[in-house]
Ligand binder design. Structure first.
Ligand SMILES: Cc1cc2nc3c(=O)[nH]c(=O)nc-3n(C[C@H](O)[C@H](O)[C@H](O)COP(=O)(O)OP(=O)(O)OC[C@H]3O[C@@H](n4cnc5c(N)ncnc54)[C@H](O)[C@@H]3O)c2cc1C
Length: 446
């Protein structure tokens, strides 16, 4: 039954223990969990944490979608969870406004933790907002799987080679982890699915990876990046590095230099930008809009405001001269330090600096292929794939979820990939940084 939003009702509430955490992703949920019985109020627009490292496998169907979302009420049992959208922060009055179907709630805090993450970073490329699809949210992954399977169905019915080419053309822009892993997984899905489409078996497909920098996976050691490039090229994937996307149309994209590719699928994963709410706050930011924090993770110049994860620019004592990259690995470590410093603040103890040296980096390149750099050791192929999977499983917060994912993986060794659609919305989730709806400019001030 459809629920109708009730008329807005004003309400003032106190954050539990005076601590208010905004955002229930890797950063916010880990701070909440680490605070344990100290307790806190956690505001999130979803009641679960999305385990993004496994999102590409949701798109390809190797993992059940609900197994990569971790219920916040289960993983943070001592937290007071408020499901709603943060629409305003009044730093001077120490009040955060949250909107949900109940109405508008105002939360008073003593200590504020901002962990709202990032949104896809888009560029003013003609047609991108209209025809591009992101790869960041749960809905993106579900939509993309359904879309790709639908393109196969349509290609199977198409009458002209030109129109078939657009159904079987898949273009990914941005060759960071998310873009490369999503492409590799979806490529595997289509290869497996074609078994059921005898008419399409000999029809050419086009898989294209476009990257503005001069190599793919720029964040990992070049030898592993080269391995990834060679592997993808051997599978017939075209890689265009040092190349920009110029325009997107309903049935083709244009790359710099006038190259045209027939497609109905443009996946945009060319970086992220801090949550747009930051732009409305009077907080110190870097040139890309991330909140600047000191080495204890407190916002510069603000004694009771903290920030971490993808929304913040975090300096790390273990890596002088470099700020942390936007990864869950770093967000979790920052959260552990921040929770420790929050406890220290409440108990009047000195704060400790954040210091973390990453153990390594891992990525999968479809089934049975992966790359890993762990403690300086570089591994690729089947072993790289196993290390990547083991690492992701180890990083999952809830034991019951780990068991479910492990059972999905085990079953996928014995059964062929399922090619049924998840059956979500036919409209693509909106791409780009939209400010939260109904944001109140006047209330969002110091
Ligand atoms: C496809 C993909 C694959 C990735 N793979 C890896 C990987 O393999 N390894 C790795 O280390 N990192 C990976 N990352 C990066 C990783 O997901 C991020 O660095 C990490 O999620 C950052 O954590 P965060 O808590 O800062 O932000 P998020 O996890 O994005 O959390 C932000 C939270 O805030 C909530 N929120 C946002 N706006 C509002 C609002 N107005 N009101 C209330 N709540 C709000 C969101 O719903 C979300 O729960 C991947 C990312 C993607 C997209």
């Amino acid at each position: 039954m459809r629920r109708h939003p009730r008329a807005p009702r004003a309400g003032h509430r106190e954050a539990r223990s005076g601590i208010l955490i905004l955002g229930g992703g890797f950063a916010g949920a880990t701070v909440a969990r680490r605070l344990g019985r100290v307790g806190a109020t956690l505001v999130s627009d979803e009641n679960a944490l999305l385990f993004t490292p496994m999102l590409p496998e949701v798109a390809s169907g190797s993992i059940e979608p609900r197994h990569v979302v971790i219920p916040l009420r289960q993983t943070c049992p001592h937290v007071d969870l408020v499901l709603g959208e943060v629409t305003a922060i009044n730093l001077g009055r120490r009040i955060v406004t949250v909107r949900n179907e109940v109405g508008e709630l105002h939360y008073r805090y003593e200590q504020l933790v901002i962990a709202l993450g990032a949104v896809p970073r888009t560029l003013p490329i003609p047609g991108l907002a209209e025809y591009g699809v992101g790869f960041k949210s749960f809905y993106d992954a579900v939509y993309l799987r359904d879309h790709v399977l639908r393109e196969l169905e349509l290609a199977d019915n198409e009458l002209t080679p030109e129109r078939t080419a657009a159904h079987l053309g898949f273009v990914f822009v941005g060759a960071g982890y998310a873009g490369v892993e999503a492409l590799a997984e979806l490529h595997d899905l289509v290869r497996d699915a074609l078994r059921h489409y005898p008419r399409l078996r000999d029809v050419p497909q086009r898989w294209v990876l476009v990257e503005a920098q001069d190599r793919i996976l720029p964040a990992i050691p070049s030898r592993l990046g080269e391995y990834a490039s060679e592997l993808l090229a051997r599978r017939g994937i075209e890689i265009h590095t040092g190349t920009r996307l110029d325009a997107v149309h309903a049935d083709r994209v244009e790359l710099a230099g006038g190259r045209q590719i027939a497609t109905h699928t443009l996946v945009w994963s060319a970086g992220v930008a801090p949550h747009p709410l930051v732009a409305r706050l009077d907080l110190p930011t870097d040139d890309r809009g991330h909140i600047r924090v000191d080495v204890t993770l407190r916002v510069e110049g603000h004694d009771n405001v903290w920030a971490l994860g993808d929304i913040a620019r975090v300096t790390n004592e273990a890596t002088p001269g470099r700020t942390d990259p936007p990864t869950s690995q770093h967000a979790i470590r920052q959260a552990r330090r921040l929770a420790g410093n929050l406890r220290a603040t409440l108990e009047g103890r000195p704060l400790q600096p954040y210091r973390y040296r990453a153990l390594g980096q891992v990525a999968t390149l479809g089934r049975y292929r992966g790359i890993a750099e762990v403690l300086g050791l570089r591994v690729s192929g089947m072993l790289g794939w196993l290390i990547t999977r083991t690492y992701h499983l180890y990083a999952m917060p809830l034991l019951t979820r780990r068991i479910r994912v492990l059972s999905d993986w085990t079953l996928s060794l014995f059964f062929r990939r399922d090619v049924v659609s998840y059956g979500g919305s036919e409209a693509a989730p909106a791409l780009g940084a939209e400010p939260p709806t109904g944001m109140d400019d006047t209330a969002t001030s110091r």
